[in-house]
Design a protein around this ligand. Structure first.
Ligand SMILES: [Zn+2]
Length: 366
């Protein structure tokens, strides 16, 4: 769980003035694929031409980015020693801080932000230190999060246990990105910093660039926001190419679980409702509308499984809900499969005799 899980709605409404400036930093004054930089920036802002812009740029080589250490930003000492693990992390999880989209671009502003998040994690969440390993601000400046994360990264062999995502804290690097990206586009400066940090971490730890995920892929949260989450395929491709996979290299499409939340409707919601009923939450209607009763039912399910009570379904609840289903077994679980098969273009979608995890992900995504 990161700070974003405790965000108040409305944080996003405040300015995003750095966006355009940050993007200028990212595109670096180049003419992009015959289009003007202005066009490219406008396209990037609207989210439609990210790939075109990125693909046309010469990529930087992987190098050690400047990371402001805990001593430099004057972090508090951890309340108890951080846990040094003797294993290397195998993936990276991207978060957003869900703080306001402020135009931070100095090291002192980075320090202020890092301190405020550390205070929140220690004083409100009761953690021993910052939960994340690294923080990237909207200008792309990077700060160390949990103590010794930087030293471990530079060594490339050890890892510090984090507190950014239950079940992932001993194997996944947690990177917080300043801002709220549910509706706002991430600024280019931040994306540049995140890309540089991910590439360096992949190099140092031997992490596969395809192993760049969002918080929501593992827990029931909308973190890192729809807009930043949508850029993860771009990020994987960029990092892979920076690591020498070739300019045409594309990361494989990852099998993940969809995020469904209040106000959503349709077959995926209906399938989720049947699976909740299959799991014993009988108060949930099977109407394909994610209303209050469904959200309450999700919380009941989450409570029973020790998950955060978010009332939305993503990488936390899906793996528990999506049980193995045999064709012809009847009941709510098979009704969930049928709900997905019955939707538009159903002739192109088939289910095997036994629906397992990968089949569920395919059916939910199609
Ligand atoms: Zn998060």
């Amino acid at each position: 769980m990161c700070r974003s899980c405790n965000a108040s709605p409305g944080d996003e409404a405040r300015g995003s003035g750095l966006t355009r400036r940050g993007l200028m930093a990212l595109v670096g004054g180049l003419t992009v694929g015959g289009a003007s930089v202005t066009d490219a920036v406008a396209g990037l802002l609207s989210g439609h031409r990210v790939r075109a812009v990125a693909d046309a740029q010469p990529l930087p080589a992987v190098s050690q980015p400047t990371i402001v250490g805990c001593d430099q930003w004057q972090a508090r000492e951890p309340s108890s020693p951080v846990k040094v693990l003797q294993n290397r992390p195998v993936r990276i999880l991207v978060h957003h801080t869900a703080t306001e989209n402020r135009n931070d671009d100095t090291e002192s502003q980075l320090a202020t932000l890092a301190k405020s998040i550390q205070d929140f994690h220690m004083d409100r969440n009761g953690w021993i230190d910052s939960g994340h390993h690294f923080l990237v601000n909207r200008a792309g400046l990077i700060a160390e999060g949990r103590h010794k994360s930087l030293e471990s990264l530079l060594g490339g062999q050890k890892f510090i246990e984090g507190a950014h995502c239950p079940d992932q804290n001993d194997t996944a690097i947690g990177i917080e990105n300043q801002g709220l990206y549910t509706k706002a586009d991430p600024p280019g400066g931040m994306l540049s910093g995140l890309r540089a940090l991910c590439a360096y971490a992949c190099l140092q730890y031997g992490i596969d660039p395809e192993q760049l995920y969002g918080h929501r892929d593992y827990r029931d949260t909308d973190c890192p926001g729809d807009k930043l989450y949508a850029l993860l395929p771009w990020l994987r491709n960029q990092v892979g190419r920076m690591m020498g996979r070739g300019t045409e290299w594309r990361a494989a499409t990852l099998a993940t679980w969809p995020l469904v939340r209040p106000a959503d409707q349709g077959p995926v919601v209906l399938a989720a409702q049947h699976l909740l009923r299959n799991a014993g939450v009988s108060t949930v209607p099977a109407d394909g509308m994610f209303g209050q009763a469904t959200s309450d039912g999700v919380r009941t399910f989450q409570q029973a499984h020790g998950l955060e009570l978010t009332g939305m379904i993503a990488g936390g609840s899906w793996p528990l809900l999506a049980v193995e289903v045999r064709a012809g077994q009847g009941g709510e679980a098979e009704a969930a499969v049928q709900a997905l098969l019955a939707r538009q273009g159903a002739e192109a979608v088939t289910a095997p005799p036994v629906v397992r995890k990968e089949d569920w992900q395919r059916l939910l995504a199609s």
